[in-house]
Unconditional design. Structure first.
Length: 381
């Protein structure tokens, strides 16, 4: 394994040096002709025939049960937008690296040169026999919602969309602990604003609703999503708007919690100043958050979290997806449920024994997270 210390502040040098962050390794060495006969032909025919008689044996005799396909079309990469499948590959390799080192999962980047939703569904279905789970990644909305829905319905392995599920799980975990810090119960009738109705905002709003939060208003670039705006998937989000507020974010007053997964500068100072005290703000835009840490201090926000590693309270998918996918594989889950996601959020939150203003989520390197998620998700089934 390479020592990156000499190039630690130069991503280009690191990537050029490594020429890829992952590789395929062997679990057995071929030293003799007998080794070859056992692990390849003719010996390999025996497990092949056993699997042909009982497909479930593929989990015992092959790598399927520990393999994840990370599938992207490169249309929504980080905060970089539609940069294409080749340019998306470094991110997918990074996800695979985290899965391997944090959870012992063999993950493979699958970068597709098509933007057609039906083609993506067909390709993923065709490669699914070799994998124990599918991780959809960095695919534009609303297209990805249809892709996830179809694959979830038609495959017998779990389909995990990290930009949705992962972000929502970690945001909920952070919210659980932030509420402890400010002395509020999550059953309190909180007024919550979700800023951004893409993959992350949509999933956060839905998961918070499943978790019992009942007063949620989601905002997109046009304003609040209410019953007067019922386009496509946003109908579901309008149902969460209990007060049927239909104004702009700037005119939304009295929020207890604001969670933004939008763009830098998309949180009006007026809205933050109008919040109830104590207040909670998560500004998840990455790499530049909607407001800075300095602004959060000037606005006297009680608990502030971002997606940035150089600020306190990094609300990042890496806290979730290694452990959650490990749980899905170990438990041979076929469909992901809201209960599993809530269980994972509680597991992440519980990994911080005494939450503080600057510590509402665990460090990504905390080994308790993996065990806690696998345990809690198992109990939720």
């Amino acid at each position: 394994m390479d020592d990156l210390s000499k190039d630690q502040n130069d991503p280009i040098s690191i990537h050029k040096k490594l020429r890829g962050k992952i590789f395929i390794g062997a679990k057995a060495k071929l030293k003799t002709t007998n080794d070859l006969a056992m692990l390849y032909t003719p010996g390999v025919a025996k497990p092949c025939l056993e699997i042909a008689k009982n497909k479930q044996l593929v989990y015992e005799y092959t790598m399927k049960g520990n393999s994840v396909a990370i599938v992207t079309d490169g249309t929504r990469v980080l905060g970089l937008g539609d940069i294409g499948p080749e340019a998306a590959l470094p991110v997918m390799e990074g996800k695979a690296l985290i899965m391997q080192q944090f959870a012992g999962i063999d993950a493979f980047p699958i970068c597709l040169d098509t933007k057609n939703a039906d083609e993506i569904v067909a390709i993923v279905k065709a490669i699914a026999p070799g994998f124990g789970a599918i991780n959809l990644e960095d695919i534009e909305t609303p297209k990805v919602f249809e892709i996830e829905r179809k694959l979830t319905e038609e495959l017998n392995i779990p389909v995990f969309h990290d930009d949705q599920h992962g972000t929502a799980i970690v945001a909920l975990a952070a919210l659980y602990n932030a509420l402890k810090v400010v002395g509020k119960s999550h059953t309190t009738d909180l007024k919550i604003a979700i800023v951004g109705a893409g993959s992350a905002g949509y999933a956060i709003a839905k998961l918070l609703s499943f978790a019992g939060f009942s007063d949620i208003v989601v905002f997109d670039s046009k304003g609040a999503i209410s019953n007067s705006r019922l386009e496509e998937y946003k109908k579901e989000l309008a149902q969460l708007n209990r007060s049927n507020f239909s104004g702009t974010l700037e005119n939304f007053v009295g929020a207890d919690v604001i969670i933004s997964a939008a763009l830098p500068g998309s949180l009006p100072i007026k809205t933050i100043k109008s919040m109830k005290k104590p207040n909670i703000v998560f500004a998840l835009s990455n790499p530049i958050s909607e407001i800075s840490l300095q602004q959060a201090k000037e606005l006297n926000i009680d608990v502030f979290g971002t997606g940035r590693s150089d600020y306190p309270n990094q609300i990042n998918n890496s806290l979730c997806f290694p452990g959650f996918l490990r749980a899905l594989l170990d438990l041979k889950v076929k469909k992901i449920t809201p209960q599993m996601k809530i269980a994972a959020a509680k597991a992440i939150a519980d990994s911080v024994k005494k939450p503080t203003k600057n510590k509402i989520v665990p460090d990504a390197f905390d080994k308790k997270i993996l065990k806690n998620i696998v345990k809690k998700v198992g109990e939720s089934i």
